[in-house]
Design a protein around this ligand. Sequence first.
Ligand code: FES
Length: 210
Amino acid sequence: MTSDQSDHGGNGEKDGSRREFLKAAAAVSGVLAVAGIASVMKSVVIPSVPAPSPSSFPRVKVSSLSELSAGKAVNFNYPLDNEPNLLVKLGQKAEGGVGPEGDIVAFSQICQHLGCIWDYVPQGGSPEVNHSYVASQPVGYCPCHGSVYALTQGAKVIGGPSPRPQPQVQLEVDGSGDIYAVGMGPPAVFSHHTGSNDVTYDLQGGTEVT
Ligand code: FES
């Protein structure tokens, strides 16, 4: 074998080793990439949310048809005395609405993002914390991070970071026009904002409203 052939043989071996090395490196980086994606996915997975926990809810008078006019909101605690909700006569038919116009609805007011208390903003209005936002429909607007809930559509999320709609309070109107809270639909009521990254859901820590 000439020194020339020997050099070619050596280069061939080197090329082969380089190819094997590059293949192995590509395989390892592929595994790392998948692991990285899995890790990111894990961090953004939204936890499953239990339904509200009481097996039976109290029946509590909240307002009456005669006390409400379009745009009027009433705050009340339900089903526990530390769980704020907002009842409002929207002036337009709403999903789950009661009353002659089907426009009276109520929702938990504890934001499903991180537990702040959202405010009612009528159509055409702006929240106190953000005058540049003009509501194109009646909404719940959270002052903390700007989640927006469409109150005629079961408080579904139409803006901001909230991952879920607000739990809707089930209402009934009796023969004399009194409006009662009789239950709450899913998802569970988010726990109160504690200033930490609290991600629990509860109907605890308060006394049942009667
Ligand atoms: S707590 Fe309501 S948007 Fe963040």
